[in-house]
Design a protein around this ligand. Structure first.
Ligand SMILES: [Ca+2]
Length: 434
């Protein structure tokens, strides 16, 4: 008998004398799922919206789940009914030739900042696709593995300060770690940054080329969320729920790197004061909704990608609870729910490998308003989620004909979606109504 099962399932299996072969996983049945520990705030008890674009319809995902014995905590937590965009649209290639581009940020004149992950290069790209030389003056990055130059954002007072912010894997004595830097962008034929300041350093330093997170989200009240990962390797993973470590956390800082006094763990000796939420695996997708609430999609293990609505001070459970398993097929979690730990709003099994996220608020696609768009790497799709009452009521996979890993999705100033493909000849794409 393997130990990842819930106690109720173990009991039932023992009582029934189940003669499972070694390595074979028993399946839970629906009458046992009610015996799982309840999620926080009665998540598992809430009613699920029955209305939607295609209520009760077949899901967009047709492949079998990797971990069929884990059942959702509530109906609709995975495999929402498939939906289809009605507005005809076209995909335009604006530029190509980027080496694994990672992020897009719009300048006020509609030119774009585009980062290149392994090279650490930052470009300014015109709406017509002309690329500047790499912006000079950025610090060196550790570009191995998932490392390099990642996200870029304009500061909230950019018009006055010309401050831009970016994340990168910082090479350090004894390893590396995610860092957030800011500097003044000096525009022109040979663009550069000046007065570079590192405003945040993920601690502790660890030698890993994986799972450092790296998305930046500014809020209208001038705070900055930074999403972090748990470094993938076991010494990092076990720190994801440890408040003394930044691993597996979302942190919230002021634009100068100082700690907001209303952060949830300020004043606690056993906690780093930047922490906003904990128990995450690796977050490469984060965005605000129209109510300025923070949502994130995190890379789970096999069968365990998650959409979460992030609330102050809450614990999202990794690595204690979740819906996935190791890529080797070994179990990770004994249970999918636990006291004091949040349930994901939605999960994917098999995974989509999320990177990049935007919650649509534009005018070009009225049917997309309030929908969540997520870049899919292994799924090679732009994933669209239709939401109702903070639940997913429809899922669509767009752009599958591109056969491209989607790294980034942002809404442009005119309401088009802009995307980056994750390739050594990465492309900058624009999606508009036809
Ligand atoms: Ca979780």
């Amino acid at each position: 008998m393997r130990t990842f099962l819930t106690s109720s399932v173990v009991l039932v299996s023992l009582l029934s004398g189940s003669g499972l072969a070694q390595g074979q996983r028993p399946r839970t049945s629906s009458d046992q799922s009610g015996n799982l520990a309840p999620g926080r705030a009665g998540d598992s008890q809430q009613s699920v919206p029955r209305t939607g674009p295609n209520p009760g319809g077949a899901p967009v995902e047709t492949a079998p789940p990797n971990v069929p014995e884990f059942e959702p905590a509530f109906p609709g937590q995975t495999r929402a009914p498939a939906v289809e965009t009605k507005t005809p649209f076209q995909v335009t290639e604006i530029a190509s030739g980027f080496n694994k581009p990672w992020a897009i940020a719009f300048l006020p004149d509609r030119r774009m900042l585009v980062t290149e992950k392994p090279t650490g290069a930052l470009y300014i790209v015109t709406p017509q696709g002309a690329k500047s030389p790499p912006v000079a003056g950025l610090p060196r990055v550790d570009g191995r593995g998932q490392g390099g130059l990642l996200d870029v954002e304009l500061g909230p007072d950019y018009a006055k300060s010309q401050l831009i912010y970016w994340t990168y894997y910082e090479p350090r004595e004894g390893g590396n770690g995610l860092a957030v830097a800011r500097a003044r962008l000096v525009d022109g034929a040979k663009p550069r940054v000046e007065n570079v300041q590192v405003i945040f350093r993920m601690q502790p330093t660890l030698e890993s080329t994986l799972h450092a997170g790296g998305r930046l989200v500014f809020t209208p009240d001038g705070k900055l969320f930074v999403t972090l990962g748990e470094r993938s390797i076991l010494p990092g993973r076990v720190q994801a729920r440890d408040l003394k470590s930044h691993f597996g956390k979302i942190v919230r800082i002021n634009p100068d790197g100082s700690v907001p006094k209303d952060n949830p763990f300020v004043g606690r000796k056993d906690a780093r004061p930047e922490i906003w939420s904990l128990g995450h695996r690796n977050i490469l997708s984060a965005a605000l909704d129209s109510k300025n609430r923070l949502w994130e999609v995190e890379m789970g293990p096999r069968g365990g990608d998650e959409l979460n609505l992030v609330q102050m001070g809450r614990d999202y459970g990794w690595p204690t609870i979740g819906y996935g398993e190791e890529y080797s097929g070994e179990p990770i979690h004994k249970v999918t729910q636990g006291p004091g730990m949040e349930q994901p709003v939605y999960y994917w099994d098999p995974v989509i490998s999320p990177s990049g996220m935007t919650i649509y608020s534009g005018d070009l696609f009225p049917e997309w308003r309030e929908n969540i768009f997520i870049g899919g790497l292994s799924s090679q799709a732009l994933v669209r989620l239709v939401m109702k009452d903070d639940r997913v009521v429809g899922e669509e996979r767009l752009l599958t004909e591109q056969n491209a890993r989607i790294r980034e999705v942002v809404q442009g100033p005119e309401g088009a979606l802009y995307l980056l493909t994750d390739d050594s000849n990465g492309r900058l794409l624009k999606l508009t109504p036809r």
